[in-house]
Design a binder for this molecule. Structure first.
Ligand SMILES: [Zn+2]
Ligand SMILES: [Zn+2]
Length: 277
């Protein structure tokens, strides 16, 4: 129970002890809004039923969450709190306003995710893990949370290193994780946005039309639009592609491997990194 007289640090720790609940509530809220939006105003007609895809895509989120909580009980927020207490990392040694440190942490972590995503496409062994995200045969809100648990664990190790070296504030890390979770679901949404709104939004956030290009079966299109959250990195590093060559309705989603519907089952998804074909 928080009291008015509690020191600020204790209050902060108490807020962060609710971190799993904050994240779950944000996930459920954003997911529900997008799922309803997809039903009301879908961008593309889906050929594969949700009943074939959603159990696998949502099942892997549960596996990912359990694995992460088991291996990293205090998560990245815990690493940030430890860094703050010990004075580790760049930002913990700079006299900057807290809001600026939070903003810097969000932007730097987002750049790191972009670079990591490029790396997971470029290194064959890492692509084996990441291709499961691309093997979804449709593109909707559940694709945004479809990642192999080993990729999720590697991501967490990279994030822990960056959080510690940067001295990211705990609230910055929590803000980033909640934001990325929400924008990843949004940028994978099978939702129709008016083209003018899409053009304006694209200046600030990755939109579904922008990220859908990344899920094209054409490899040169797969290797573009790596951002999940901020759209600037793709433009800055020359990996931006405005639209798929075949158009959003004509393009094929997925990769050339794993095109059978049974590959959408959770057990198949988990074993895909070990498969040669
Ligand atoms: Zn990718
Ligand atoms: Zn994606």
């Amino acid at each position: 129970m928080l009291r008015d007289g509690d020191p600020p640090r204790f209050r902060l720790m108490s807020v962060l002890s609710h971190e799993p609940l904050i994240r779950l509530a944000c996930f459920a809220g954003v997911f529900a809004v997008l799922a309803l939006w997809e039903l009301r105003a879908p961008r593309r007609a889906q050929e594969i039923r949700r009943a074939s895809r959603w159990p696998g895509n949502l099942g892997v989120v549960i596996v990912d969450t359990l694995v992460l909580r088991l291996l990293f009980p205090t998560a990245a927020v815990g690493a940030a709190l430890l860094g703050e207490a010990r004075g580790w990392g760049l930002l913990n040694n700079l006299a900057l306003p807290v809001w600026l440190k939070i903003g810097l942490a969000v932007v730097v972590l987002d750049l790191a995710i972009y670079l990591q995503h490029v790396l997971f496409h470029a290194v064959p062994l890492l692509w084996r893990l990441h291709r499961m995200h691309h093997a979804d045969l449709e593109f909707d809100v559940t694709t945004g949370v479809r990642f192999h648990p080993v990729e999720i664990v590697l991501s967490m190790i990279i994030k822990l290193a960056i959080v510690t070296a940067l001295g990211a504030p705990a609230l910055g890390v929590l803000a980033f994780e909640v934001l990325l979770n929400a924008t990843s679901m949004f940028s994978h949404g099978n939702i129709a946005l008016p083209p003018r709104l899409d053009r304006v939004l694209r200046l600030f956030v990755v939109t579904p039309d922008m990220h859908r290009v990344h899920h094209s079966i054409e490899r040169r299109e797969t290797d573009s639009n790596f951002g999940f959250n901020l759209p600037w990195w793709d433009r800055l590093f020359g990996t931006y592609r405005a639209a798929p060559a075949a158009g959003h309705d004509g393009m094929t989603i997925g990769i050339s491997q794993f095109r059978d519907e049974k590959e959408l089952r959770l057990d198949r998804m988990l074993l895909q990194p070990l498969r040669k074909d």
